[in-house]
Design a protein around this ligand. Structure first.
Ligand SMILES: [Zn+2]
Ligand SMILES: [Zn+2]
Length: 293
């Protein structure tokens, strides 16, 4: 495998950690890269091919052995609950932390987590078995007020509430309080999409439109395009084509076939279509910094 491990990504937002897929060896990699697993609040499994979930039983068992108490929510396709139930039944394990299983479906986009600061959705991918991608979208929080301006103009409490929500407000005196004048600009909202295993499929574009960072599998190079079709995987060029059409910020390539010891040519193929393409590297963090409008 040329030193490459199976798919697993930690998505961090503030103090929250989400685990996207959990291939074999994930818990060792989490230890190696010093990820605080107690902070992982949710795990999302894209599909039931072994390279995306075979690390899950080990990880859930380790949480049990280390006496985790924090609740954990697991999102995954039909069948994953059966697999886990059978394992834990026959190993006589009663997990010591609350584990909630939420079924995903691969027919349409679905919001899985809807929180004040973000939402996390699943959307269908095109693969040999039911498979979903995952989309993280940051939400606008309240706007921060420009204190000096507010003091100078002695605005009412109602006006402040509206301005924080991003709404202009008219005082009873008739004076308009404008969001632009009294609040700082909002940072640009960030988004991330994860396409684990999928054939090239233009129907994904609406889900991916304008995301800041897109992870898309790029199992093959162009010479293996036929094989990509047969196995419901993508080539680097196809991933790049999708990134280009969906007008994403950056494309992160991954899930490389073990036939490629060296990946610079695969990257070059993607970059010939979409220049802002990167190879995903193990243990590396890809940050989406805050940008103000
Ligand atoms: Zn697969
Ligand atoms: Zn795979």
């Amino acid at each position: 495998m040329h030193g490459r491990n199976h798919t697993a990504q930690v998505l961090r937002f503030g103090q929250e950690f989400f685990l996207l897929d959990c291939g074999e060896g994930t818990q060792h990699q989490l230890q190696r890269f010093k990820i605080k697993t107690s902070k992982i609040s949710s795990i999302f499994i894209s599909h039931l091919h072994g390279d995306h979930y075979l690390g899950l039983i080990g990880l859930l068992s380790s949480f049990h052995l280390s006496k985790r108490t924090q609740p954990l929510t697991l999102f995954g396709p039909k069948g994953l609950d059966d697999i886990l139930t059978i394992h834990f039944r026959w190993s006589h394990t009663q997990l010591c932390y609350p584990l909630t299983f939420v079924l995903t479906q691969d027919q349409e986009k679905r919001i899985l987590l809807d929180q004040p600061g973000y939402s996390l959705s699943s959307f269908p991918l095109s693969h040999r078995i039911p498979t979903t991608g995952f989309l993280f979208q940051e939400k606008a929080g309240p706007r921060s007020l420009i204190k000096e301006k507010v003091m100078e103009n002695a605005l009412s409490v109602e006006a402040l509430q509206h301005l924080r929500r991003g709404e202009d407000y008219q005082e009873s005196s008739g004076k308009w309080c404008r969001v632009k004048e009294f609040t700082h600009p909002l940072p640009k909202l960030r988004s991330y999409a994860f396409c684990s295993d999928t054939a090239f499929d233009e129907r994904l574009i609406p889900y991916l439109q304008g995301v800041d960072l897109l992870y898309h599998e790029a199992t093959f190079m162009d010479a293996e395009a036929k094989r990509a079709v047969d196995t419901y995987h993508s080539t680097a060029k196809q991933a790049a084509t999708l990134a280009l059409r969906a007008e994403v910020g950056t494309l992160l390539l991954g899930h490389f076939s073990s036939r490629y010891a060296e990946l610079s040519n695969l990257l070059a193929e993607a970059q010939s279509v979409f220049s802002n393409s990167l190879l995903s590297e193990e243990g590396k963090t890809y940050a989406l910094p805050l940008h103000h409008e």
